[in-house]
Design a protein around this ligand. Structure first.
Ligand code: MLC
Ligand code: AMP
Length: 518
C-alpha cells in the first residue's frame, strides 16, 4: 500500500514535479541567484508568465523553444514555462557561433529563440535562423504571481528536451528526451545519492548541457530541494560558499576539481586553509576524473568525490555508490532501475567481466531517438533496445565499470565535447589549408586539448597558426579552437586513405610531451 501511494505521487513530467513541490512546500526556496531567493510558488508564477508570453508568440504544444541563455532565473522559468504548454526545449550553448547556431536552430525548426541581450540576438540573426527572437527581459521576475494553468501540461511520453550532441559527421544530432525519460532519471539519481528536500546544491555548471540541467536542475525539482545557481564557475567563490555551511552538494567536471585543489593549496600555503562545513556529497562527471585528482581532493578537503558517467542521450548511466566504496578510476554501477553491459565491438555479443568492449545501456532514462534522423536512431540501438554509447570499458567481477576510451572520435576538454570533424571542416574552408586533421592531446587542466595538424596549401606559414586559431574562434564555440597548429608536409593515411589519428597522436606526443595549459 505504501508503495502504491509513493507511485501515485511520483512525478512523470517536470510539471508534475513542479506541481507537487508547489502543493507541498510553496514557500520553500527553489532557486537562489545573485543573492535573491525564489520559492517554488514564485518560480511557478513566473513560469506561468513565460507560458503566456510563449503562447502570445504562437508557440503551441510540440513546438520547439530554443534557450540561448546563460544561467539565470529566466532560464529556469522559461524552461518550465515552455513545458507548462507542452512545448519542447532546445538547449543551445551560449558559446555557439554561426556554424553551430545555424545548424541547431534550422534543424530543430525552433519557433522562438530566447536570448539575454542584443549581442546574442544579433548572433541568431547572422546565423539566418528561422524563428522569432524573444528577450529574457520580456517576462518580469517581480510582481504579484498567479498560479499556473496546469491544464496544458504535457503527458509523460511527450518530448521535453532536444540536446544536440555527437556530431561524428560534423553536424550534431538532436537527442530527443521525453518527460518520462527525465523524471525516471531524476528518480534514480535522487534515490542513489540520497537527495532530499533538505539539500542545497551549489550549481556552477551551465544549464544548457545535460549535466547542469538534467542532473542539477531536474534533480532539485524532483527532490523539491534548493539550488544555489551561479553564472559560472569560480574556484575561490565556490570554496567561500562551501565554508559558509549552507551547501550540502556540489556537482562538477574534473577541471573544476583541479581548480578547486589549486585554490585550496594556495590558501593552505597562505596560512588560511579551507574549511568546508555541512557538505555531504561532491560529484564529478562528463569526463574522466583522474585517481590523482580524487586522492588530492580527499587529502586537502576530506571528501571522497563520487564519480558517475552520463550522456546527453541517457542523462545518467553509472554511479559509484553513495554508501559503499567509491573506487577511483571507475564510474561504478548502473543507477537503480537501469542496466549496463559490455559487448564485443565487432560481434556485438556480451563479453565476460574483465574484457574491454563497448558499453551498452538500457532503461527508462534512455532517449527515444535523434530528431528527424531515423537512420542514426536505428544505428544507435540494437534489436533488444540496448543503446550503443560509443564508450569503451570493462566491468570488474564485483560490478564496477571502468571507462577506457571511446569508440567514436571525440575530444572532451573541460567537460565540453568537441568533434574533430567539425573543426576540420572549418579549417578546410580556409584558403591556406590543403588538408587538416584534428586530434585531442592530454592536457593537465582540461583533460584534453585540441590540436590541429595542417598541410598548408603553400610552404609559407608565417603567422598562419594564429590566423587559423582566430578563423576557428570566429566560426565555432571558442573552446573548440585549436590550442596549437602543427604544420606537416603530409598526413599519415592508411591504405584506404583514412587519416591514422592514433599514429598522429603518438607522433605529436613524442614530439612534445603533455603541456600544461596556461
Ligand atoms: C572555456 N574555455 C575552454 C573551456 N571552457 N577551452 C577549452 N575547454 C573548455 N572546457 C575557453 C573559452 O572558450 C574562452 O576562450 C576561455 O577559455 C575563457 O572562458 P571562460 O568561460 O572564462 O572559461 P571558464 O569559466 O574558466 O570555463 C572552464 C569550465 C567550463 C571548466 C568552468 O569549461 C565549464 O563549465 N565546463 C563544463 C561543461 C559542461 O557542463 N559539460 C557537461 C556536458 S553534459 P577565449 O578564446 O574566449 O579566450 C555531459 C554528460 C555528462 O557531458 O556525463 O555529464
Ligand atoms: P555528451 O555527448 O556531451 O553528453 O557527453 C557524453 C560523454 O562524456 C560520454 O559518452 C563519455 O564519453 C563522457 N563522459 C561522461 N562522464 C564520464 C566519466 N565519468 N568518465 C569518462 N567519460 C565520461
Amino acid at each position: 500500500m505504501i508503495i502504491m501511494i509513493y507511485e501515485m505521487n511520483t512525478p512523470l513530467t517536470t510539471i508534475d514535479a513542479l506541481r507537487r513541490a508547489v502543493a507541498h512546500a510553496p514557500k520553500r526556496p527553489f532557486l537562489i541567484f545573485d543573492g535573491r531567493s525564489f520559492s517554488y510558488e514564485d518560480i511557478a508564477a513566473i513560469a506561468a508568465r513565460w507560458a503566456a508570453r510563449l503562447r502570445s508568440a504562437g508557440v503551441e504544444r510540440g513546438d520547439r523553444v530554443a534557450l540561448f541563455l546563460e544561467n539565470s532565473p529566466a532560464f529556469v522559468t522559461a524552461y518550465l514555462g515552455a513545458h507548462l504548454i507542452g512545448a519542447i526545449v532546445v538547449l543551445v550553448n551560449t558559446l555557439y557561433r554561426q556554424t553551430e547556431l545555424r545548424h541547431i536552430l534550422t534543424d530543430s525548426e525552433a519557433k522562438v529563440v530566447l536570448v539575454a541581450d542584443q549581442a546574442h540576438a544579433d548572433l541568431v540573426r547572422q546565423a539566418d535562423a528561422p524563428g522569432a527572437v524573444i528577450f529574457a527581459s520580456d517576462v518580469a521576475l517581480e510582481g504579484a504571481g498567479k498560479a499556473p494553468d496546469w491544464t496544458l501540461a504535457p503527458a509523460p511520453g511527450d518530448l521535453a528536451l532536444i540536446g544536440y550532441t555527437s556530431g561524428t559527421t560534423g553536424r550534431s544530432k538532436g537527442a530527443m528526451l521525453t518527460h518520462a525519460n527525465l523524471m525516471a532519471n531524476s528518480a534514480a539519481v535522487t534515490r542513489a545519492w540520497r537527495w532530499t528536500e533538505h539539500d542545497r546544491l551549489l550549481l556552477t555548471l551551465p544549464l544548457f548541457h545535460i549535466h547542469g540541467l538534467g542532473v542539477g536542475l531536474n534533480g532539485t525539482l524532483y527532490a523539491a530541494s534548493t539550488v544555489d545557481l551561479r553564472r559560472g564557475f569560480d574556484a575561490a567563490d565556490v570554496l567561500d560558499t562551501l565554508a559558509r555551511g549552507e551547501t550540502t552538494m556540489f556537482f562538477g567536471v574534473p577541471t573544476m576539481y583541479t581548480r578547486l585543489i589549486a585554490e585550496a593549496r594556495r590558501r593552505r600555503a597562505a596560512g588560511t586553509p579551507v574549511r568546508i562545513e555541512g557538505m555531504r556529497l561532491f560529484v564529478s562527471g562528463s569526463a574522466p576524473l583522474s585517481p590523482q585528482t580524487f586522492a588530492e581532493f580527499e587529502d586537502l578537503l576530506g571528501h571522497r568525490i563520487l564519480e558517475r558517467y552520463g550522456m546527453t542521450e541517457t542523462v545518467m548511466n553509472l554511479t559509484n555508490p553513495y554508501d559503499g566504496e567509491r573506487r577511483p578510476g571507475t564510474v561504478g554501477m548502473p543507477f537503480p532501475g537501469q542496466e549496463a553491459r559490455i559487448v564485443d565491438v565487432r560481434t556485438r555479443q556480451p563479453l565476460p567481466d574483465g574484457e574491454i568492449g563497448e558499453i551498452q545501456v538500457r532503461g527508462p532514462n534512455v532517449f527515444v531517438g535523434y530528431w528527424r534522423n531515423p537512420q542514426a536512431t536505428a544505428e544507435a540501438f540494437d534489436a533488444d533496445g540496448w543503446f550503443n554509447t560509443g564508450d569503451l570499458g570493462w566491468r570488474s567481477a564485483d560490478g564496477y565499470f571502468t571507462i577506457t576510451g571511446r569508440a567514436r572520435e571525440l575530444i572532451i576538454s573541460g567537460g565540453y565535447n568537441i568533434y574533430p570533424r567539425e573543426v576540420e571542416e572549418v579549417l578546410l574552408e580556409h584558403p591556406a589549408v590543403a588538408e587538416a586533421a584534428v586530434v585531442g592531446l592530454p592536457d593537465a587542466e582540461f583533460g584534453e586539448q585540441v590540436v590541429a595538424v595542417v598541410v598548408p596549401a603553400t610552404p609559407a606559414t608565417d603567422g598562419l597558426e594564429q590566423e587559423l586559431i582566430d578563423w576557428c574562434r570566429a566560426r565555432l564555440a571558442s573552446y573548440k579552437k585549436p590550442r596549437r597548429v602543427v604544420f606537416v608536409s603530409s598526413l599519415p593515411r592508411n591504405a584506404l586513405g583514412k587519416v591514422q589519428k592514433h599514429a598522429l597522436r603518438r607522433q605529436l606526443q613524442q614530439a612534445q610531451p603533455e603541456r600544461t595549459s596556461q
